[in-house]
Ligand binder design. Structure first.
Ligand SMILES: C[S@@+](CC[C@H](N)C(=O)[O-])C[C@H]1O[C@@H](n2cnc3c(N)ncnc32)[C@H](O)[C@@H]1O
Length: 368
């Protein structure tokens, strides 16, 4: 009895602090975006003296008002994004980067930076639909409310991208920085499966980043980067990769294997099954396989999630599921049971899941 009373007091005390995250939580994201916009991490990294950067040096490097910049930096240091260290025998302080601030370098294409992703998710186009999340949840079963993104923009995300090249570029850059991060992990986990594979098509491959990484890793492969024509028309021109414009709901170009990353989660089961069927038809009946790079939501939290990194990754997956609700009409992150359903409906003979200790896993679906 005494113990449960003290638990209640602890929970009250915790709640009285936690509630402020929801009142002012957006400040975290806005301040990070501000650092990326001003290229603060780059300024510190490129400090000519290679020393921690003073406020005066930083404000001159990023052309910012010192009084505002000091407050932004105080906040970002408090968040653990930058460090403030003593310099000049402790008479002054200077700022240094951390692994986290280096991941906010918009100019870095090192497989770690997610700065383009932050800018995409904090764009006006992507933020506005969030304010309508409750309307999609309260929709009647057969949905009289349009999805939040469509309600704000009068079209879905891909149609908006087709009409707006800047928005389209923002999507492609955001996806490419995640691809640089995760595709090397995929290729390490699936090395054995690329033996004997001569051609691979990346369905919804965006600007071709994933295919570029795969053909470098497995140089015997000829790669096809398949996406909507407005995307492939401006995709990278890469050695060993051919850009092919088309609609995955009509067909998927023939190849030994299909790679499909972060596409199926944009679609509800009916569309997902249709895309998967087209992927299945594209690969040979005997040896064909489809590499699906997506999250698998761990359903039974208690038994499947260990504390720490796993718990944090699961939080990202669940946030991503909210993103799907705000930004697509029927998309969702799936549990293994839900993946099992769509893969069986699409007619795959079997599948295996390879964990890559990340937000996504690799599901390899086999035709036979
Ligand atoms: C979330 S992005 C993923 C991009 C890339 N696979 C990655 O993870 O970096 C989804 C991609 O699907 C493409 N897409 C959407 N509808 C499509 C369609 N009907 N046919 C082919 N590609 C489509 C989009 O243009 C976009 O590039």
């Amino acid at each position: 009895m005494e113990e449960s009373k003290s638990n209640l007091v602890d929970e009250e005390a915790k709640a009285s602090l936690d509630i402020w995250r929801f009142v002012f939580g957006f400040a975290d994201i806005a301040a990070a975006k501000c650092a990326i916009d001003l290229k603060i991490p780059e300024a510190i990294e490129n400090n000519p003296s290679s020393q921690p950067m003073t406020l005066a040096e930083l404000s001159s490097a990023v052309s910012a008002s010192p009084s505002h910049l000091r407050r932004i930096m105080r906040f970002l240091v408090h968040q653990g994004i930058f460090k403030e260290v003593p310099i000049k025998d402790g008479l002054a302080t200077g700022y240094t980067n951390t692994p986290l601030s280096r991941r906010m370098m918009i100019t870095k294409r090192d497989g770690k930076s997610l700065a383009p992703f932050v800018l995409f998710e904090t764009s006006r186009e992507m933020l506005a639909p969030w304010l309508r999340l409750s309307s999609v949840v309260s929709s009647p079963v057969n949905g009289s409310h349009p999805p939040p993104f469509d309600a704000v923009h009068s079209k879905d995300v891909w149609a908006l991208a087709e009409d707006n090249p800047c928005f389209s570029e923002m999507i492609n850059e955001a996806m490419a920085c995640d691809t640089r991060r995760v595709v090397p992990r995929v290729s390490r986990a699936c090395q054995d499966l690329f033996d004997g594979v001569s051609t691979v098509v990346d369905v919804g491959g965006g600007n071709g980043e994933a295919m570029g990484i795969l053909v470098k890793e497995f140089p015997w492969i000829k790669g096809f980067n398949f996406d909507l024509p407005h995307v492939t028309d401006v995709a990278q021109v890469l050695d060993g990769v051919e850009n092919v414009g088309g609609d995955m709901f009509d067909y998927v170009p023939k190849s030994d294997a299909v790679f499909i990353k972060w596409v199926l989660h944009d679609w509800g089961d009916k569309d997902c099954i249709k895309i998967l069927k087209n992927c299945k038809e594209a690969v040979p009946a005997n040896i064909g396989k489809v590499f699906i790079v997506e999250s698998v939501i761990r359903e039974n939290k208690k038994t499947m999630i260990v504390e720490g990194r796993d718990e944090k990754l699961e939080h990202v997956r669940l946030m991503l599921d909210m993103v799907m609700m705000a930004h697509t009409s029927t998309g969702k992150e799936r549990t293994l049971k839900e993946w099992d359903f769509v893969l069986n409906e699409a007619g795959f003979a079997r599948y295996e899941v390879r964990d890559i200790d990340d937000v996504q896993c690799v599901i390899i679906a086999y035709r036979s």
